[in-house]
Design a protein around this ligand. Structure first.
Ligand code: UD1
Length: 367
């Protein structure tokens, strides 16, 4: 049987690879190997997602851990080259835009192993964002560019990608969301946190541009504190965000707003239970912009740009930047019921992984 290697490394990879792995396994025409680079390693940043998503444990763990961009990317490359030498895969499947994605695509391309990039073509046009570099380079060296939305196709065409290599498959993360929603709804998350449906906001922040600058982070916490005077704000904090709040001496801002509740990172199901019943989501995460749109929950993106414009043109997302007054103004509108309404983009239908499995079988001649 032809062999497909899937690479996972960081939190946003797991909910994308789980449905693809399952769809290929169910069809039974390809052998699969799951490689975990170890970019994320905490139980709450990694293990819990395997359990929640029903994904088998990785076949191979590289254990690269944290480091500067060069160190982390290089470590993944060094370890993966050995794996590819031994396993000789017929296709390497990478998802998203994290350092592990870029490293895997580079190694495979240099070894003349075909690469498929799931979530290709997204562009924020902001090269100060590490993910933007990862997206551009991964797309350049990939053979198959599997896109979630028409804007992505357009970006790739504009960059000169041959149209026959671009395949619009839809948004694979939404496969996980739809498959998990009923299980998430059955959890006692809201009751445990003392929340009522549509009676609270959810916030996540982890981008270096937001959390590494104490001034910016302080302003964002002020805006969140304002929202928390109206409704409780649940803020599951990435380890980096928690560390930066402490280092910047901003803990007092949280202490003085008892309704702004910093909690530990959550598992996939628990977090879905929380987001799906929220009145408002505030985030700098790309994935959460998409999930908000799929859940029809208003989302304010606390960044100057988005690589996911379809969540704005079609969905519930509004890019508001990081000015605290603008955030407060837009949040108040949503809390008063004057939030933006949206629709679910085309092909975000829960069947993207099947389209991907079919494509992989076809390009590998496995059917
Ligand atoms: C990475 C991705 C980002 C993605 C995010 C989701 C890149 C360039 N960035 O950013 O696109 O949105 O994951 O979370 O690949 N840490 C822990 N435990 C862990 C993992 C990380 O404590 O399990 C801490 C470490 O201090 C580490 C820091 O978080 O140095 C940053 O981790 P890293 O993987 O480098 O980047 P993220 O900010 O998580």
């Amino acid at each position: 049987m032809r062999v497909v290697v899937h690479i996972v490394g960081a939190r946003p990879n797991f909910m994308k690879v789980a449905p693809i792995h399952r769809a290929i396994a169910e069809r039974g025409h390809l052998r699969q190997l799951l490689v975990h680079t170890g970019q994320h390693y905490d139980v709450k940043m990694s293990d819990v997602f395997f359990t929640d998503l029903g994904m088998p444990d990785a076949d191979i763990h590289l254990g690269v851990g944290s480091g500067s961009h060069a160190v982390q990317t290089a470590r993944v490359m060094i370890e993966l080259e050995k794996v590819f030498e031994t396993e000789r895969p017929d296709l390497v499947s990478v998802v998203g835009d994290v350092n592990s994605t870029l490293a895997a695509a580079l190694v495979a391309a240099k070894m003349a192993i075909p690469v498929a990039h799931v979530e290709a073509g997204l562009r924020s046009f902001d090269r100060t964002m590490p993910e933007e570099i990862n997206r551009i380079v991964t797309d350049r060296v990939s053979d198959w560019l599997l896109t979630p939305s028409p804007d992505a196709d357009e970006n790739l065409r504009r960059e000169g990608t041959e149209p026959e290599r671009i395949v619009r498959v839809g948004n694979v993360m939404i496969d996980s969301l739809l498959a998990s929603k009923a299980r998430a709804d059955a959890l006692p998350t809201l009751v445990d946190l003392g929340l009522t449906p549509r009676g609270y906001a959810v916030c996540t922040l982890h981008r270096p541009s937001n959390v590494d600058d104490p001034g910016r982070l302080g302003g964002l916490l002020d805006a969140l504190a304002f929202v928390s005077t109206r409704v409780p704000v649940i803020f599951p904090a990435h380890p980096r965000t928690r560390r930066m709040i402490a280092e910047a001496g901003l803990t007092s801002k949280l202490d003085s707003s008892s309704n702004l509740r910093l909690v530990e990172p959550m598992g996939y199901l628990e977090f879905l239970a929380l987001t799906s019943q929220a009145k408002l989501i505030l985030t700098d995460s790309g994935g959460l912009q998409e999930e908000s749109t799929a859940l029809n929950v208003p989302c304010l993106t606390l960044r100057e740009n988005t690589e996911r414009p379809v969540t704005v043109s079609v969905g519930t997302n509004l890019v508001v930047g990081t000015d605290p007054d603008r955030i407060k103004h837009e949040a108040a509108k949503i809390l008063e019921g004057r939030g933006k309404r949206g629709r679910v983009p085309e092909l975000w239908d829960g069947h993207t992984s099947e389209r991907i499995a079919e494509l992989y079988e076809r390009v590998l001649g496995a059917r």
